[in-house]
Ligand binder design. Sequence first.
Ligand SMILES: C[S@@+](CC[C@H](N)C(=O)[O-])C[C@H]1O[C@@H](n2cnc3c(N)ncnc32)[C@H](O)[C@@H]1O
Length: 363
Amino acid sequence: MIKLQLCIGIGHFFSAPLYKFLTRAELFKISQRRYLGNKNSILNFIDNIIKSEIGHFNSLCDIFAGTGVVGSYFNEKNNEIITNDFLYHNFISLNAFLNQDSFNQEKLLELINNFNNLSVKKENYFSINFGGKYFSEKNAKKIGFIREQIRKLFIEDKINLKEKSVLLTSLNYSIDKIANTVGHYDAYIKKTMKNSKFELKMLDIEIEKNKNNKIYNKDANFLIRDIECDILYLDPPYNSRQYSDAYHVLENLTLWQKPEVFGVAKKFDRTKIKSEYCKANAVTLFDDLIQNAKCKYILLSYNNMGNSGNIRSNAKISDYEIMESLSKRGKVKIFEQNYKEFNTGREKRNNNVERIFFVKVMS
Ligand SMILES: C[S@@+](CC[C@H](N)C(=O)[O-])C[C@H]1O[C@@H](n2cnc3c(N)ncnc32)[C@H](O)[C@@H]1O
C-alpha cells in the first residue's frame, strides 16, 4: 500500500521522495475514461487477429487514437507505437501515458495531493460557464482553479511538458468521474452524479516501454504522408457525430484559451476541429488515407449499422466503398467479434457487431 506523507504547499518543488510505492488502484489507467467508440472491449479481438495473421511486428500506428487504449495495449519495450488524434485533450493524454519524456513522480504526487485538498471560493472561467451544469458549483470552482495553477506552474518552469500533460490528464480523468452527463458533453443532466468523489490521481505510466514511441496532434490525412509502420490501425469516426461536440468541455479545459461559449450545452466555436470523416467527404478522405499508407498491414474498425433510421447514426462510408478502397492495396478479410472470418457478400451479418477489415498490403 502507498503511504503518502504530504505536508508542503504548492510552490515547494523537488522535495525528497514522499512515498514508497503506489498500488494500481491508486492510479488512473489509460482505459478509465468514458469515450464514445473506445475499443477497450475488443482489444483481445484485435490482438487475436494480429497474432493469427501477422505474428511478430516492430511498429504499430493508431492514427485515430482517441483514448489511446489500442496503441497502449500493444506498447512494449522493443516496439514503436505511433499514436495520433487531432483533438488536443487526447493528444495531451497520449503524451502523458505513452511518450518517453521523464517526469518527477514525487513532485507530481505532492501537487496532486495539494490539489485534492483545496477548497476554492472564488469564481473563475470554468465555474462561471460550467458550474451548476456539468459540475456542482463547488467542484467547478476547484476545477477552474486547478487548471489555472497548472498553467502557472508550466509558464514559471516549475513543471515540464510531460508533467503538465500528466496533471491535465489526471484532471480530465477525475472530472469525467463526476460530470453530470451520460458520458459525453452534448448535454448535462440536472441531478448530481451519485457516489462521485472529485479526486485527482497519478497515472499508471509504464515509462520503460515508451522509449520508441511517437505522439502526434495532426489530421490523419496529413500525418499518413510522413510515417511508416508495420501495422496501421484505423478507427475513424463512422457517423455524423463530431467528437469535438461530445468532448468540448475537456477540449476547452485543456486548451484553456477561455473562449466565449454558446447555447444550453455551453460549447465554444469548434469550426476548426470538425472531422471531415463525419461528413459527406469521408469516402474521398478514406480512400486518400488508404492509398497513401506506407505499411505492411492495415486493420480497420468500422461500425456496420448502415442506415439505421437515425440519420446521425448512419455510417458515412458504405461497405462497398470500404472494400473498393482497401482492395486496391491487397486481399481483404473481414473478422467479426465472434471471430467468424468471411468474405464480404458471402454471409449475412447481424447489425451492431464489431468488425475488423484486414489487409496484407501487396501494392
Ligand atoms: C472512434 S474514435 C477512436 C477511439 C479509439 N480507438 C479508442 O479506443 O479510444 C475516433 C477518433 O478519431 C479522431 N479524429 C477524427 N477525425 C480525425 C482526423 N481527421 N485526424 C485525426 N483524428 C481524427 C477523433 O477525435 C476521435 O478521437
